[in-house]
Write a protein that binds this ligand. Structure first.
Ligand SMILES: NC(=O)c1ccc[n+]([C@@H]2O[C@H](COP(=O)([O-])OP(=O)(O)OC[C@H]3O[C@@H](n4cnc5c(N)ncnc54)[C@H](OP(=O)(O)O)[C@@H]3O)[C@@H](O)[C@H]2O)c1
Length: 353
């Protein structure tokens, strides 16, 4: 595959880093398997799901929901038990977690306790004091919080945000310098955001549901922690009958006057300082000039696929500036974001010595 080859050529690594993956059969777990199958630095060494699947073959057992074909190289994995000693014996240091909260609540602290470097998509540890909700485009400076957790003597957790918050934080990070007064956001979130099997088809087919449990609270709390701002945020989060991608509309008021062209320039430059991370797109934020874009069907566009946050429809009304955005919830909003965070850790700590 040409794209994979590009990554390997640009980011060579003599020996790959062995990683474990928990929750490998879920919506986010599949996105991990797909991305890691061609990753230039990481090699999936232990694949885990719930106990009932232990001993089964991944390719035969997974209910594959991604729009691209399952990679040949992941078909033959055996699903293994959650055994930290076996992981150590296999040389695993980094563990990616795509566990639901109820399972993450016990598994993640145990992994940290045993010295693993945990990159998690679950919400359980996100609000702990020294645990960053890391989004390299928004708050790379919080990476060093792992030292407050005891690294290098101890394991640590780095989380990524709730998927809709990730899109919002990526788009707003370059604009924070204008002083955010407050922000109104409405989301149109795909069904895969609820995992697999997720919502009943009878509930979501031909329907729109104006409520997603705890989503609005997460958005408020996580946005403030990520951007280190204390501002009022007014979200409405809505589930729509789409497979992938969360579309959002935003109305923001800034302290300072800012031209719309300047905002587009800020978005254009959002890669600054992240050239060394293989999963960072050339332009992490792409502004769409066509009046009816971005649309949800673009969720897997860009390179790496699904890692670009698309913005559009920038306009001014009264004292507010409005725009739309699209984030791929299972890639940039979950697995891809986590992998990018692990890349940041590897370059800033493991490779720096
Ligand atoms: N979906 C998204 O867009 C998204 C975005 C950002 C963050 N997240 C977060 O990412 C995590 C995973 O979400 P998801 O949507 O991928 O969920 P999911 O589709 O329900 O997948 C859950 C995964 O965890 C495994 N699992 C369930 N219970 C377990 C247990 N007790 N012990 C070990 N493994 C267990 C499942 O294995 P089996 O298949 O064997 O049951 C499956 O592999 C959640 O914390 C979610 O909030 C999701």
């Amino acid at each position: 595959m040409k794209t994979t080859q590009m990554q390997h050529d640009q980011f060579p690594r003599e020996k790959k880093i062995r990683v474990g993956l928990m929750g490998a059969t879920g919506a986010v777990g599949q996105a991990f398997m797909w991305m890691l199958s061609s990753h230039p630095w990481f090699e999936v060494t232990r694949v885990m799901a719930s106990e009932k699947r232990v001993g089964r073959n991944y390719g035969e057992d997974v209910h594959w929901i991604l729009p691209m074909e399952i990679p040949q190289s992941v078909l033959g994995y055996e699903i293994k038990s959650f055994d930290t000693q076996a992981m150590k014996d296999d040389g695993v240091e980094i563990v990616f977690s795509a566990l639901p909260n109820h399972a993450a609540r016990t598994a993640e602290p145990r992994l940290i306790e045993e010295g693993f470097y945990v990159f998690s998509n679950a919400a359980v540890l996100r609000y702990e004091e020294h645990v960053p909700i890391l989004i390299p485009e928004a708050n790379i400076e919080t990476l060093h919080w792992i030292e407050k957790q005891g690294y290098p003597d101890k394991g640590f957790a780095i989380t990524n945000a709730n998927c809709s918050t990730t899109g919002l934080a990526v788009a707003m990070a370059p604009l924070k310098k204008y002083g955010i007064k407050d922000l109104v956001v409405s989301t149109y979130q795909s069904v895969s955001g609820a995992g697999h099997p997720g919502l009943s088809s009878l509930d979501i087919t031909n329907n729109v549901i104006p409520y997603i449990d705890t989503e609005e609270e997460k958005m408020i709390r996580e946005f403030k922690k990520i951007l280190s701002v204390d501002v009022d945020i007014f979200p409405y989060c809505v589930r729509v009958p789409l497979m992938f991608g969360h579309l959002e509309t935003v109305w923001v008021e800034f302290e300072q006057e800012v031209e719309l062209d300047q905002i587009r320039r800020d978005w254009d430059e959002s890669r600054q300082g992240l050239d060394h991370l293989p999963s960072t797109p050339e332009k992490p934020i792409e502004y769409e000039t066509q009046f009816d874009l971005p649309q949800a069907k673009q969720a897997f566009y860009g390179f790496p696929q699904g890692m670009v946050v698309y913005t559009g429809r920038l306009k001014r009304q009264g004292s507010r500036i409005g725009f739309t955005l699209l984030v791929n919830n299972v890639i940039k909003g979950a697995a891809g974001g986590s992998i990018q965070n692990a890349e940041a850790f590897v370059t800033h700590y493991l490779d720096a010595g």
